[in-house]
Design a protein around this ligand. Structure first.
Ligand code: NAD
Length: 488
């Protein structure tokens, strides 16, 4: 791979800057284990400066009230993203190990192309709407509802879809008139810092409106959750860290918007052609090596057709193409780090100890000498209460579970602390829809239909999160509501 010209400095108060102490940390390509470069290792002082700059920009400039300025700036950002598209693609592939195949969809292109959705909302959204009059002590009262920016937004993102998630937070937060401090995951700093270069060099976004602080220190995320100058924290990551963010934010009663983990189920009903349904559940779990919160990682098969279903899923998982993320035919690359590789392998071991049968994979591939790869792994006969059926593995590991009847399938699907996504396969769409109404998750797909788009509110029930990302509902997460009463 050619050397990437990625930005390595942080963006603080309008300037691209090294860390305050000059520190840097290594960026590692998970497919080759090679150091591809460094990133400024943001310090606590840097985070202090970034929060102060964002506060000042919100309080002392007209960013939050000048809709035309915001529209122009976000259109410039959109144009800059379009021009930098291929650089960004290579960055995401190199630091996240993402297969190039999915960069043409959600990982890179979908969200660059989605930016006009946010820039348009700067002016098309109704920020002020009259309400119907009410009567108070005999006289009519008018009311106006205003929607205003919340203030300073702390945005904390993970490594699995780094560019998409950075843009999914920056886009609506800035469009709504907030100022932002973005702290990306340490494994994927450039998907954020490179955006800083585009903002500094290609847009009129005023200093302090967007700050980007990459760091190897997770504590900088915790600083955002605690700081009284930050009004809202938008976080995507694990449920464990989400709880920590919520707890830290409680001290200043900060609004929190959390997109967390998932353990979504595919329910294959007994009236569907298994040749249609089974392969999809095997392929889905291998996409980006299973590192997607909404990926279905449990497949529920009717007891009567269980062995047949397991065989069909095994056949497809055994043939999944994986390896070099730059190879266009590969559906999966590595997991993001040695730490994640060890974590996924330890889950497979735990599954075996708890009685699961390894039908496909189960370890690291022998044909790939370098890289944090995991074999596509099919675990059958999984106890729905066991650790592998309950905890998020975040690797290409599918748990197959038999069920007795429809009610049993719904019960097993809902037997989770999570509630993010899922899918249902049936020969009868009405039957599938009636099952969908009983599943407690934020998104569902029937017979492989796709729900994802920038205007689809996405998020979870239960411990999969609080709030919705994308769509008008997602935009409104970044707005306060003010009611002004006026005499009639
Ligand atoms: P993580 O929770 O370890 O880290 C996410 C981010 O939080 C990183 O930037 C990290 O530096 C920061 N962080 C760590 N400790 C913190 C603290 N105490 N306070 C504030 N910030 C802190 O998650 P990860 O391992 O990077 O990502 C994988 C997880 O993200 C998976 O569980 C996955 O399901 C979840 N995820 C959810 C969604 C969604 O939309 N629901 C999308 C993608 C990923």
């Amino acid at each position: 791979m050619a050397k990437l010209d990625a930005e390595t400095r942080n963006l603080i108060d309008g300037k691209l800057v090294p860390a305050s102490n000059g520190g840097e940390f290594e960026n590692i390509n998970p497919a080759t284990e090679e150091v591809i470069g460094v990133s400024a290792d943001g310090t606590k002082e840097d985070m202090e400066s970034a929060i102060a700059a964002a506060r000042r920009a919100f309080d002392e400039t007209d960013w939050s009230t000048d809709h035309a300025l915001r529209k122009r700036c976000l259109e410039q950002l959109n144009q800059a993203l379009v021009e930098a598209r291929e650089d960004l693609r290579q960055i995401v592939i190199a630091e996240a190990g993402s297969p190039i195949l999915i960069t043409y969809q959600v990982q890179v292109d979908n969200y660059i192309d989605a930016m006009p959705y946010w820039s348009n909302l700067t002016t098309s959204y109704e920020y002020e709407t009259p309400m119907s009059d009410i009567e108070f002590m005999g006289s009519p009262q008018g009311r106006i509802m205003r929607r205003e920016a919340v203030g300073v937004v702390g945005a904390i993102t993970p490594w699995n879809f780094p560019l998409y998630l950075n843009l999914a937070k920056i886009g609506p937060a800035l469009a709504a008139g907030n100022t932002v401090v973005l702290k990306p995951a340490p494994d994927t700093p450039w998907s954020a810092t490179h955006l800083g270069r585009l903002v500094a060099e290609k847009t009129d976004i005023p200093p302090g409106v967007l700050n980007i602080v990459a760091s190897s220190d997770h504590e900088l995320g915790a600083m955002l959750s605690r700081d009284p100058r930050v009004d809202l924290v938008t976080f995507t990551g694990s449920t464990a860290t989400g709880r920590a963010v919520m707890e830290a934010a409680a001290a200043t009663v900060k609004k929190t918007f959390l997109e967390l983990g998932g353990k979504s189920a595919t329910i294959i009903l007994d009236d569907i052609d298994l040749d249609l349904a089974a392969p999809m559940s095997g392929i889905a779990v291998c996409t980006h090596a299973g590192q997607g919160c909404a990926i279905q990682t449990r497949t529920l098969l009717p007891r009567a057709r269980y062995e047949e279903g397991v065989e069909k899923i095994a056949a497809i998982m055994s043939g999944v193409a994986y390896g070099d993320p730059l190879e266009p035919g590969n559906l999966m690359g590595p997991v993001v780090s040695r730490k994640q590789q060890e974590r996924v392998l330890s889950y497979i071991e735990k599954g075996k100890q708890d009685g699961a049968r390894v039908v496909v994979g189960g370890g690291t591939p022998s044909h790939l000498e370098k890289g944090y790869f995991i074999e596509p792994t099919l675990l059958a006969d999984v106890d729905p209460d066991s650790v592998v059926a309950q905890e998020e593995i975040f690797g290409p590991v599918l748990c197959v579970i038999p069920y007795e009847d429809e009610e049993d399938a719904i019960r097993i699907a809902n037997n989770s602390i999570y509630g993010l996504s899922g899918s249902i396969w049936s020969g009868d769409i009405d039957r599938a829809l009636s099952v969908a109404r009983k599943i407690r998750t934020g998104t569902l797909s029937v017979n492989g239909a796709q729900w994802f788009d920038v205007d689809t509110p996405f998020g979870g029930y239960r411990q999969s999160g609080v709030g919705r990302e994308n769509g008008v509902a997602g935009f409104e997460e970044y707005l306060e509501t003010k009611i002004v009463a006026v005499p009639r």
